[in-house]
Design a protein around this ligand. Structure first.
Ligand SMILES: [Zn+2]
Length: 61
């Protein structure tokens, strides 16, 4: 079974007062980006560094 996690995050999005959406890496808990959302929301993703780490972990059995 192969699963690929690819995350595309636009960097350089202008910070706005209503940017309550947080994109958080569920592996290292780092806030990767913020989003202008209606209300406080969290989006859990895996950042590229952690995705690479997990791939290596799976590959090296
Ligand atoms: Zn991470």
């Amino acid at each position: 079974m192969s699963h690929t996690i690819s995350v595309t995050i636009e960097a350089g999005v202008a910070a706005q007062p209503n940017e309550l959406g947080l994109i958080i890496c569920k592996s290292c808990n780092e806030i990767l980006a913020t989003l202008p959302t209606d209300g406080y929301k969290k989006f859990y993703v895996v950042c590229q560094a952690c995705a690479r780490k997990e791939n290596n972990k799976e590959a090296s059995e």
